[in-house]
Ligand binder design. Structure first.
Ligand SMILES: C[S@@+](CC[C@H](N)C(=O)[O-])C[C@H]1O[C@@H](n2cnc3c(N)ncnc32)[C@H](O)[C@@H]1O
Length: 451
């Protein structure tokens, strides 16, 4: 069948997903999942995903190029052609496929979208780009928005917070991430998992400082990995695995994971130590995913639907020895995995998120036993959610003492540590670990190591 082989389907799927994200403000994962479910071939699904990501990473430049190549913006009902052409341009710029095949597929996708009358336009635009490529690319200049593919406000914020690292940081957000696994040490050792992967022809490297992580260079069908279906492996970035290292868990502790869904860190906690875990999340659907993950991994914890800013609604009054607050945040540290985030976030969101994080910290702090440790984590690179948030918390709570974890990967961002995206091929994450001092002790001015 022509439509099966003309390459139109994955391009059209990517274009539809892009329209939903960029025109309707919907999150990519959900819309892509819907689009990909219509593609029967794994190869097409991978291509559609890759193309949608590529367009989101360079949307301002693609949009500007299309503006140069098309005299008149298409009418609303023809808007999809803009995204089909953005996909085509992204492919031509990448140069992975022969140019005629790319043009052919874009023209076919235009027809498959019910816009056959615009086939000539699609053909002319992409051929026009090929003809004038050098001039058009040169004319983009070195405007940072066009060069790195982020909104101006975000670039300005990253530049303000990371004057020495901002360009690397923006670059890192445009690199495809590795596939990182977490080895369930209740199931087997990391060496055993690595050997099983090697036997299946998959090279997996260790990550310094992360005892449960294995990083794969190549793409792999996760569910087919040896040990995955019976709970020996999970997908989790190495930086996300750092939270457990900061928690310094020991058997018998009562542990609260206050923003637990979908349960990656909660599962890691249970894999690492025989603790009594309460996993709270405000989102019932997401909390159900925690249950699914625990089931696959053979783990047991108490699941609690609840709002972390209102523990009075769900807390039984017994203090916790450890609290993990993996707070909702800008996700600015995981932009390489979620390239839609840069277009979906608005500048005002950062203040709203920082306020929510502060309220969560304050509400949860009284639930921690004296001597207990709270770990605050974000997958953000922004100071307002990280070191500014952490400093303000310490100012509000005289009975909180910082714990140094200099031995763990990351940069010192007093009073916590920041992993920048790309460091050891990890996502960007911030961690603050604080111990609650006994009543009446006040805060010692020095910091100390973990127990
Ligand atoms: C960064 S994600 C947590 C990821 C999780 N810790 C993991 O490792 O899989 C943040 C979570 O906070 C939840 N959340 C947002 N607002 C909340 C609130 N007020 N109380 C509790 N959970 C909340 C969201 O539903 C989301 O699941």
């Amino acid at each position: 069948m022509a439509a099966e082989s003309d390459g139109s389907r994955p391009r059209l799927a990517a274009a539809r997903a892009l329209a939903a994200v960029l025109d309707q403000g919907r999150a990519l994962d959900g819309v892509l999942e819907q689009e990909l479910s219509r593609l029967s071939q794994a190869r097409d699904r991978a291509l559609a995903r890759r193309l949608a990501h590529a367009v989101l990473r360079s949307w301002p430049a693609l949009d500007a190029l299309l503006g140069r190549l098309i005299n008149r913006r298409p009418a609303r009902r023809e808007r999809l052609v803009w995204f089909i052409l953005a996909v085509g341009l992204a492919e031509l710029r990448q140069g992975r496929e022969p140019a005629p095949a790319v043009v052919h597929a874009a023209v076919a996708a235009t027809a498959a979208a019910g816009l056959a009358r615009l086939k000539g336009l699609s053909n002319a635009v992409l051929r026009g780009y090929l003809r004038r490529k050098t001039e058009l690319e040169h004319d983009l200049g070195d405007n940072p928005v066009l060069r790195w593919g982020y909104p101006r406000w975000f670039i300005d914020l990253v530049r303000r917070d990371w004057p020495d690292h901002w360009q690397d940081l923006l670059d890192a957000g445009n690199q495809p991430p590795p596939l990182t696994l977490r080895v369930n040490r209740r199931h087997w050792t990391r060496d055993q998992a690595q050997a099983a992967l090697a036997a299946a022809g998959i090279d997996a490297g260790v990550v310094p400082g992360l005892p449960d992580a294995l990083m794969l260079d190549q793409r792999a069908a996760v569910s087919a990995l040896p040990g995955f279906s019976d709970g020996g492996l999970s997908v989790q970035d190495a930086a996300a695995q750092l939270a457990v290292e900061h928690l310094a868990l020991t058997a018998g502790q009562r542990v609260l994971d206050a923003c637990a869904a979908p349960g990656g860190k909660a599962a890691h906690i249970l894999e690492r130590a025989d603790v009594a875990l309460t996993a709270v999340d405000v989102d019932a659907e997401r909390l159900a995913r925690v249950a699914d993950n625990f089931k696959r991994l053979g783990l047991t914890g108490q699941l609690q639907l609840g709002d972390a800013t209102r523990p009075e609604d769900w807390w039984d009054g017994r203090l916790f020895d450890r609290i993990l607050l993996d707070a909702p945040c800008s996700a600015s540290g995981v932009i390489r995995r979620h390239p839609d985030v840069r277009w979906l976030r608005q500048p005002a969101d950062i203040g709203v998120l920082a306020d929510l994080q502060a309220r969560m910290l304050d509400a949860l702090w009284p639930l921690l036993a004296p001597g207990g440790i709270l770990v605050y984590a974000t997958c953000s690179v922004l100071a307002d959610e990280n070191q500014h948030q952490a400093r303000a918390f310490l100012e509000r709570h005289d009975d909180a003492e910082t714990i140094n974890h200099d031995q763990l990967p990351g940069l010192d961002r007093e009073p916590g540590r920041q992993v920048l995206p790309g460091t050891l091929a990890m996502d960007g994450f911030y961690h603050l670990a604080v111990r609650r001092l006994p009543p009446g002790c006040g805060r010692a001015s020095r910091s100390s190591g973990p127990d």
